[in-house]
Design a protein around this ligand. Structure first.
Ligand SMILES: *Cc1c(COP(=O)(O)O)cnc(C)c1O
Length: 965
């Protein structure tokens, strides 16, 4: 504190959250600085962060408030949303989140603070839940293969389009979209198709199919108006033309309807929201995608598969395309990285808890209510235009449309206005008898006699004709038929999370991923009904709280980044990249520069960068990096010159993915601008910048942020994320719009997510963080993140090579940004030990490994973040130093190269209890290499997982685990 506070003001100070968020205490800092060899935090920062990019003025943010005050203020924002009963449908439905799932998954840090399961051994619990998800999707859709979640239904449909394009025989560039698909799905498909040169024809599908050549057709099942189409013969027609048939299907309906896999569909997708996940104004929830077996190797997104561990026991791990963007770069099939794991886990648990019989009963009740509602309407003389339906009816209301809507509104309910003459009504798990009678009353003309539900007591027959009814069994695996009492469910959930390591147990020092504190107060608002229970397409005057949240958060993030405009719509970092490149593309097109399609990307870039460039039809040209990991400006100039007429953009990461502040970044930006290109700054490393430097000020034109990295949204085991796209003034018109929600943009870029605010319901987390930290607190967080990384680098520098440090003299460890790369390649020759062995050995020490082999193969990238206490940093450094000593034993020949604690890591309890122990090191050395582990020990449930075996023998549903049990 610089200003002297009065004694009373000191007692009143509300800044306590900053000290809670930042891990090291004030007296730790002095010690850390002395190990690093810096005189002060200020001195360290000015050595590390180039003067040229430092922001001239602090961020202009409201003064920080404490947890209680921030919650009270946000409650007032939330109160501006109106929670009405929703009959809107259109892909979002009321649902009851079972309490046991709400509290023990959504509100449980053991689940929400976990990372994406790249380290298979410490992620067996969440991967079992994801295999349950995949099994549930395969069973309900009748398809062979399903992935572990997509971002939302509309983006899943767009991904299905490109999957089909890659996979079919037809050479056509036309996609046929049934006009009765959800409007937001059609819009997102159009946005995605245009830059790829694909033509989208929307209308009455059978007629369009007869008149055109096409590579795929997409239909909604049941349709957005509620009709259940019989799609069988259309599938055959598509196949006869060598085209794919894609079905967007409602999961609850599939418990009663013939599943698309049984009538020959090639790809099936949809949303799992109504399986216990609140509507949340449009997200987050998990979408799904399933496909026929032949497509499995090009299925986008993550796939959990079954493999074996070192002891020959079955074990889960991410299969095939997991690292696809990093391996295939611009040839990747999709840019999806962060998905919606936490919500996929919730939806799968909903199916585990209800089981096939429970789900069927819920669906049958919805279908029965729908049939009764229709019968009542008919009795009232109204025309229902959806005679074959599951949960949604469309009613002709003629000139009375607005009157009916107004009566519903006055009574606290939203219906869907399809047109001036038609309304639709969607029922769901939460519908009651009273709702049906209220609906009849709103639709009735004055004085008419209203039907009573009791009259229909004996009639539960649905509006689904016999030939469209499902006869096949689903969810027959024991996991869906065992945990139906709450006690068993609670213990099942607990048993899975006990297998995993998340932030609630130890630090997760993943470089580039910023696994920092997700404070409980930040999490509390997300389940407030004012945020959770609203429909994304409710009338705007019911969503004023979200509008205010959007306005405030956007303004604050503009302050943090130096940009002029931000859209919160992209629901992951990858989607922010895509939206940002669409903005750049739109801007070039608006100036008549259609030929500007070259995107320069340094070789060190994250794999999503080239994958995103590919999605907007740009050609990737790789730029070299120099020995420090900085962009080679000579090569950049050469590439700019070579592609001068075609240059669209460069995508850089700052500080670079090597964790280096390139001092010449301003020069780099100026050079690209000189050649007519725009500069995209990947904002994944904003945790090294907030409050110190702003990409919008040092030359960036566009950035995406990862709110699930820098701004405290928890990683959820692989999602949800939020990837706001931030732009300078002249690109603001090219931010994504949302025509389906009545929010177009001048630049004409359409929606990139199904919902106008994307993963709206998790935005309160970042709002709370910024509100409680204030400008000074955020800047302090950045500084401590840099301090902590340098502390780790300094402590480990005598033991490991610190790669690409800035080489700042006087700073032990050389001076790094907010992360440091440990180069293990020299040890490979001297000991045969590789980075992966160290990563697995860390599990025995109770740690999640740092980022493995990114951005440099054979290295570990450590990002401690500001939230880790010094004691935890020391525990980690001690483990790394002890591991280095173990490697030395191998180097000295005391342990064989192929039989040592590193090669055999992680050690399971079972392997240590085995009668014979034939290794050169003791069981104690294996399990308790440092004394502190005797107080608290994490036991890996499986030995090292064999990745190659799993990819060769791809198996992605529950069955083999059961066989092995
Ligand atoms: C995490 C990350 C991304 C992708 O973000 P997602 O939210 O996972 O899609 C892009 N670039 C970099 C450098 C990242 O670290």
């Amino acid at each position: 504190m610089t200003t002297a506070l009065s004694p009373l003001a000191q007692l009143e100070t509300a800044h306590e959250f900053v000290a809670r968020h930042i891990g090291p205490y004030a007296d730790d800092e002095a010690q850390m600085l002395s190990i690093i060899g810096a005189a002060s935090r200020e001195a360290l920062i000015s050595t590390i962060v180039p003067e040229a990019i430092r922001r001239p003025a602090p961020m202009d943010l409201p003064a920080a408030v404490g947890e209680a005050e921030a919650l009270a203020e946000l409650k007032a924002v939330a109160a501006q949303n109106k929670v009405l009963k929703s009959f809107i449908g259109q892909g979002y439905y009321g649902t009851h989140t079972p309490g046991v799932i709400l509290r023990n998954i959504l509100e449980n840090p053991a689940w929400y603070t976990a990372y994406t399961p790249y380290q298979a051994e410490i992620s067996q619990g969440r991967m079992e839940a994801l295999v349950n998800f995949q099994t549930m999707i395969c069973d309900l859709t009748g398809m062979a293969m399903a992935n572990a979640s997509m971002l939302d239904e509309a983006t899943a449909a767009a991904e299905a389009m490109t999957l089909a394009k890659r996979s079919v025989k037809s050479k056509s560039n036309t996609l046929i979209v049934a006009g009765d698909c959800h409007p937001q799905t059609i819009e997102v498909i159009r946005t995605r198709a245009e830059p790829l040169g694909l033509e989208v024809k929307v209308g009455f599908a059978p007629q369009l199919m007869a008149e055109n050549d096409y590579f795929a057709v997409i239909c909604q099942y049941p349709s957005t108006t509620g009709l259940v189409h019989d799609l069988k013969e259309h599938v055959e027609a598509a196949h006869a033309k060598g085209a794919a048939f894609i079905v967007a299907a409602d999961l609850l309906a599939l418990t009663l309807l013939v599943p698309p896999g049984e009538f020959g569909a090639d790809i099936v997708l949809g949303n799992t929201q109504r399986f216990g996940v609140p509507m949340g104004a449009g997200g987050p929830h998990a979408a799904y995608m399933a496909c026929r077996d032949e497509y499995k190797r090009s299925l986008p997104g993550r796939l959990v598969g079954v493999s074996v561990d070192a002891h020959g026991n079955p074990a889960y791990r991410l299969a095939l395309q997991t690292r696809e963007q990093h391996i295939r770069r611009e040839k990747a099939t999709s840019n999806i990285c962060t998905a919606q794991v936490l919500l996929a886990v919730m939806a799968s648990m909903y199916a585990v808890y209800h089981g096939p019989a429970g789900l069927t009963r819920i669906a049958q009740r919805v279908a029965a209510y729908t049939a009764i509602l229709a019968a009542g309407f008919k009795q009232m003389g109204l025309k229902v235009v959806t005679p074959v339906a599951f949960d949604t009816l469309t009613v002709e209301t003629a000139e009375r449309t607005d009157g009916v809507l107004a009566r519903a509104l006055a009574a606290g309910a939203n219906l869907r206005r399809l047109s001036a003459t038609h309304l639709s009504v969607s029922l769901d798990e939460t519908t009651t008898r009273a709702d049906l009678e209220a609906l009849w009353a709103w639709f009735a003309t004055d004085g008419a006699t209203l039907p009573r539900v009791a009259e229909f007591e004996q009639h539960t027959e649905s509006l689904i004709p016999a030939h469209l009814r499902r006869s096949s069994a689903f969810l027959t695996h024991p996991v869906f038929n065992s945990h139906h009492s709450e006690t068993e469910m609670l213990r099942y959930i607990r048993s899975l999370s006990d297998k995993d390591l998340a932030l609630d147990r130890s630090m997760i020092p993943l470089g580039s991923c910023t696994m920092k504190l997700n404070a409980t107060s930040e999490m509390i608002p997300i389940t407030w009904p004012e945020f959770a229970a609203v429909h994304p397409f409710a009338p705007a005057d019911q969503l004023k709280g979200y509008a205010l949240l959007n306005e405030q958060l956007t303004a604050w993030l503009c302050q943090a980044t130096g940009y002029a405009g931000i859209s919160l719509q992209p629901n992951a970092g990858s989607q922010g990249e895509y939206a940002g490149l669409l903005a750049i593309r739109g801007w070039h097109l608006s100036r008549g520069d259609a030929q500007r399609t070259v995107c320069l990307i340094p070789e060190s870039a994250h794999g999503t960068n080239p994958a995103s460039a590919q999605m907007v039809g740009m050609q990737v040209v790789v730029v070299k990096c120099d020995a420090n990991g900085s962009v080679d400006l000579n090569d950049l100039e050469a590439k700019c010159t070579q592609h001068a007429d075609k240059l669209a953009a460069i995508m850089i990461t700052y500080p670079s993915t090597y964790g280096v502040f390139e001092p010449r970044v301003k020069e780099l930006c100026a050079m690209v601008h000189r050649f007519g290109g725009r500069v995209y700054v990947d904002g994944a490393n904003m945790n090294a910048l907030v409050g110190l430097a702003a990409p919008g000020e040092f030359g960036g034109d566009v950035s995406h942020l990862n709110l699930h990295k820098t701004f405290c949204i928890p990683h959820g085991g692989g999602g949800p994320g939020v990837g706001p796209v931030c732009v300078v003034q002249d690109l603001v018109p090219f931010l994504p719009g949302h025509v389906a929600a009545g929010q177009p943009r001048e630049g004409g870029v359409g929606a990139v997510s199904a919902a106008p605010l994307g993963n709206a319901a998790v935005l309160p987390i970042s709002w709370m963080y910024i509100r409680m930290m204030g400008a000074e607190g955020l800047k302090a967080a950045t500084e401590v993140a840099i301090l902590s990384a340098n502390y780790v680098a300094a402590r480990l520098s005598g033991h490991y090579d610190i790669h690409f440090s800035g080489g700042h003299s006087g700073i032990k460890g050389g001076g790094v940004a907010h992360e440091c790369i440990l180069d293990l390649r020299p040890l490979k020759d001297s000991s045969g030990i590789g980075a992966e062995d160290v990563a697995k050995r860390l599990i025995d020490y109770g740690f999640h490994a740092p980022t493995l082999s990114f951005p440099v193969a054979g290295t570990l990238m450590v990002e401690p973040t500001e939230s880790e206490p010094k004691a935890e940093l020391d525990r980690f450094c001690d483990a790394m130093i002890a591991i280095r000593e173990e490697i030395a034993k191998v180097e000295r020949g005391e342990w064989p190269r192929e039989d040592n604690p590193l090669k055999n890591a992680p050690h399971t309890a079972a392997s240590l209890m085995a009668a014979d122990w034939a290794h050169a090191y003791s069981r104690e050395q294996a399990a308790y290499p440092v004394a502190s582990l005797r107080q608290a020990k994490y036991w890996s449930p499986v030995g090292r997982v064999d990745n190659v075996y799993g990819d060769r023998n791809l198996f992605c549903s529950c069955v083999p685990m059961a066989a092995a049990e």
